[in-house]
Design a protein. Structure first.
Length: 88
């Protein structure tokens, strides 16, 4: 619960990293919780990450048995001039 209590402030810390001229790093996180098996936790974490990326990334999503919780997602989108995507 440490990350949820701090509202995933690590997202803001990563945004402050400069990956190049005018380009800030971002982070997308998916977390599964409140399940009985590792397999279900992994499935919920994967669904949460997919949800974070489908909403534009730069956020954390926590998935429990029923709900999604969203943290972050405040950075501006930038127009891309190439079809190349960067993952750090």
């Amino acid at each position: 619960t440490g990350f949820t209590e701090s509202k995933f402030d690590v997202l803001e810390k990563v945004r402050q990293v400069q990956a190049g001229e005018g380009v800030s790093a971002t982070l997308s996180i998916g977390v599964g919780r409140d399940e009985d098996s590792f397999e279900q936790l992994f499935k919920n974490a994967s669904l949460a990450l997919e949800m974070a990326l489908s909403r534009g990334g730069d956020q954390a999503v926590v998935k429990d048995r029923v709900n999604f919780e969203f943290y972050g997602g405040r950075s501006k989108s930038t127009e891309k001039r190439t079809k190349v995507k960067s993952r750090v």
